[in-house]
Design a protein around this ligand. Sequence first.
Ligand code: ADP
Ligand code: MG
Length: 227
Amino acid sequence: MIGLYGVSKSFTEGSSTHTVIRDLDLTIREGEIVILFGKSGSGKSTLLNLISGIDLPDAGRVLIRERDITTLTENERTLIRRDNIGFIFQSFNLIPTLTVKENLQLPLELKGMKDSSERIVSILNEVGLPDRASTYPDKLSGGEQQRIAIARALVHDPGIILADEPTGNLDYDTGLVIVDLLDRVVKQKGKTMIMVTHSKDVIGLADRILSLREGKITELKTDSAIG
Ligand code: ADP
Ligand code: MG
């Protein structure tokens, strides 16, 4: 479902070039929940950007559902992303000038799904916030904003969820609520997820635990990662 083959990515600043991803191979099967650990600056967000086609590698191939997205135009990559991927961010990234309902309408409108009300009611129920449709994001707690952000990532029914430190801005207990929600609405629905995190509390969700270090992926055993 997701394949990276010989992928490299460097950034140049001034006269110095910094290689962030180094000849990396990774395949992820449909329905797998993959946890990605790695120090700050190790390239975790860069890797998610390469998988989503927001960023292009300097070398190598990135396959999403058998399609090599590195050979596509930017518009074509946007369509692949729109149809297959939902994002969850550390800082929620809801649009402050739009209500919850309007935030949730955006991915549906992009996909041309006009009759969206039923879908929005249903996803708000799933994330446990059925009565917040007309609320603005700044009236919600951090945990509630993240629940809406999860609803936004899922409302257009993508097969792949990319979550970049989704509990990083939340207190411990709220983080556990979010992990529990991801278990219900992502894992148990059979979706594929790559979650970047520093939290050990998500290990229970994981089918695989990966570590990114010096541009390479190491597959960790669940046992060793807990300790
Ligand atoms: P992580 O998410 O693991 O903290 P990032 O993927 O954000 O790491 O960044 C990895 C490295 O790549 C960092 O050194 C960062 O400064 C650099 N980097 C990321 N994006 C860019 C960019 N657009 N331009 C220049 N350097 C970048
Ligand atoms: Mg990051």
